[in-house]
Design a protein around this ligand. Sequence first.
Ligand code: GLN
Length: 470
Amino acid sequence: MAHDILTAITAAVDRAEDPRVGPDGLNIVLATNRQASIDAANEVVRHETDSAAMPLAGIPIAVKDNIATLDTPTTCGSKILRDYISPYEATMITKLRAQGAVVVAKTNMDEFAMGSSTEHSSYGPTKNPLDPTRAPGGSSGGSAAAVAAGVVPIALGSETGGSVRQPAAFCGVVGVKPTYGRVSRFGLVAFGSSLDQIGVCATTVRHAAVATYATAGRDPRDATSADAPVPTYDDRPAQSATPLTGITIGRPVEYFPESLDAGVRARCDAALETFRSLGATIRDVSMPHTALAIPVYYIIAPAEASSNLARFDGVRYGPRKRGSGDLHSLYETTRSEGFGPEVQRRILIGTYVLSHGYYDAYYKKAQSVRTLIAQDFDAAFTSGIDVLFTPTTPTPAFKLGAVTDPYEMYLSDIFTVTANLAGVPAMSQPIGRVNGLPVGGQLIAKYFDEPTMFRVAAALEQALGEGAHR
Ligand code: GLN
């Protein structure tokens, strides 16, 4: 057993250090620390007396570079944090390590998690392992790609508006955003604090569920983490031919617009047919405020970002750039040299919508509409719907460099930001391919009802065959 764990971790570090996933290849991995990973594996071997207490013993994981780790830098994909080593680690990492997992790589991402393609990294774009001419999605593109490329079976990402689910869909893996508060945010570099969540990319629904529950629960160091009982994952395969009998799946009509890619629509229709054959009832439902989600998100997220990113000023964080000598010019020079164009755009938008005279017109109104979006979910769920099913993205993975208009890039989150705004749990799973590219299907569940979400996802996965994209 001891030998197995060491071998598994050494092999995973080898894969993470393979030039094909490094900067000259797919550019998935930003950092590794072989000695620290081997030491951690030995630590697991020493403590692994009771395997029930260590359900993840010897599982190598990769971690998005905005989640604090002790043995590797945490750069947020930004040159303003180049070589920055955090003095503490994220609670999620502590929990995963306590259960036997070993961090083997930090992964590439859009700078400060702002983006949908991993093209906005200061360290160059990540390529989609299934088609290197295409984007892996973002902002957790490195984590989704690390799973898709077989570097690790589980990787942590972060979500503010879809940054785990969208890249999971583009790379043909499972991606989960838990209920807001289900897992601790301590040690996740803040972007939009009322939206941010750490989430999991994984090869299978089971891996994703086990990792989600392993890291769930109240954390005294994150006041927004919830004191909700943590479920255990029931991984018995479905015995009946119709395991979803009694489950009602809602199909929100606003998520199936005319403009939806025909191939994506066809895969979603086929998934709905599979749900029916598994015993579920499918019901159309309307969520009228869906169209407002992108405008609302792109007010609230930049507003919170403009405040959260104020600390990167060359005094508290970031290399100090003196400018012309006074304090203001120190801030200005540090921030204009340190942040890339997308981050600067978000800070400008955020500062604008929070400024005197515009606060009520933009920020306050966006908060009211956010409530209406959450009420759409409440209404659907109280009408008897157990989970909603939608496409994760309007199209499969686009070509690297193809989306140059920022607004067009923002629209790739159109089906994912609603769950962040409402705080409900959601996930993406592979539901087949179109023209060789994976398509993701999204399930959205009630607050803290990850168990139903995983149960429905596992039934679909079992029916389609694991790795439905292959
Ligand atoms: N793509 C969205 C954005 O750019 C979402 C990012 C995220 O979820 N971190 O803001």
